[in-house]
Design a protein around this ligand. Structure first.
Ligand SMILES: N=c1c2ncn([C@@H]3O[C@H](COP(=O)(O)OP(=O)(O)OP(=O)(O)O)[C@@H](O)[C@H]3O)c2ncn1[C@@H]1O[C@H](COP(=O)(O)O)[C@@H](O)[C@H]1O
Length: 150
């Protein structure tokens, strides 16, 4: 496998090899924000459960209930899709942040902690999506009729 990679990178012009290596292997700066911001934001949103809707956007959303929160999350996701397809990276960053914030509000509303989702992601680590799909039981095995409707 290592041989194969060495062979394929040898075909890449030298200039490209350097820039690719620098984006893939350069560690982020030590003081760079990282994904722990999600845990902190979740705790902030949770703390807003009993706050005044006039002072906190999270409190306002939580007070409006699950359907509204889910609707807002869906709207933000669609905006994210639009920016991704348009290829607007700065807007995609902003919309991605909106999606994550609204997803955290959904988790708080549902009584979920980030650890529940981190655990599920960890469980899937190293499991190929292709292999997982191939291992799924056919619907007929789960009690559904096997005969086609004529
Ligand atoms: N990350 C966010 C964040 N992202 C987006 N938004 C708000 O989400 C709102 C989206 O506006 P929209 O017009 O789309 O939605 P809307 O006001 O519900 O309007 P309708 O669709 O209902 O008409 C704006 O008010 C944004 O400011 C956020 N509000 C808060 N946070 C974080 O949550 C923390 C707590 O915020 P509060 O709960 O407001 O104290 C903040 O410190 C931030 O870290």
């Amino acid at each position: 496998m290592a041989k194969k990679i060495a062979k394929s990178t040898a075909a890449v012009p030298k200039k490209k090899q350097v820039s690719r290596a620098s984006t893939v292997t350069m560690p982020p700066p030590l003081d760079a924000p990282d994904a722990r911001v999600l845990d902190r934001l979740w705790a902030t949103v949770l703390s807003r459960k009993d706050a005044s809707p006039s002072e906190s956007h999270s409190a306002r959303l939580l007070a409006r209930g699950t359907a509204k929160i889910a609707q807002k999350f869906g709207e933000e996701a669609v905006e994210c899709v639009i920016e991704a397809v348009a290829g607007h990276k700065p807007s995609l960053i902003a919309e991605s942040a909106d999606v994550l914030y609204h997803l955290l509000v959904l988790w708080v509303d549902a009584g979920l902690r980030p650890e529940h989702i981190w655990a599920e992601l960890s469980r899937r680590e190293g499991l190929s999506g292709i292999a997982e799909k191939a291992a799924r039981k056919p619907l007929a095995m789960e009690g559904l009729p096997t005969k086609k409707i004529p």
